[in-house]
Design a protein. Structure first.
Length: 90
């Protein structure tokens, strides 16, 4: 039951039967993998989560989806400490 709640929280329910696969080859996208990593940590039901650059390597759309997942996590009453670097325009 709790795993299903976490899957919904990180918006991965449509991919619950997907294979993770290899980066850039098949399976989950980089953004989906980042959300999966957050989900794996949430299953332990921590009260505080530390995230180091969860949006690194993502385009603006994917970063927004990951940050929505972070916001959903905060909305459950957990504390999230997160570092984010502004992407370069170069």
């Amino acid at each position: 039951m709790f795993v299903d709640e976490v899957m919904g929280l990180v918006e991965l329910n449509p991919l619950k039967d997907a294979l993770v696969g290899l980066p850039g080859v098949n399976g989950l996208s980089t953004e989906q993998r980042k959300r999966l990593t957050i989900a794996v940590e949430l299953v332990a039901n921590p009260s505080i989560i530390f995230m180091d650059e969860p949006t690194s390597g993502l385009d603006a759309r994917a970063a927004a989806i990951v940050m929505r997942t972070v916001r959903n996590t905060v909305d459950t009453g957990r504390t999230v400490v997160c570092t984010i670097h502004q992407p370069s325009i170069d």
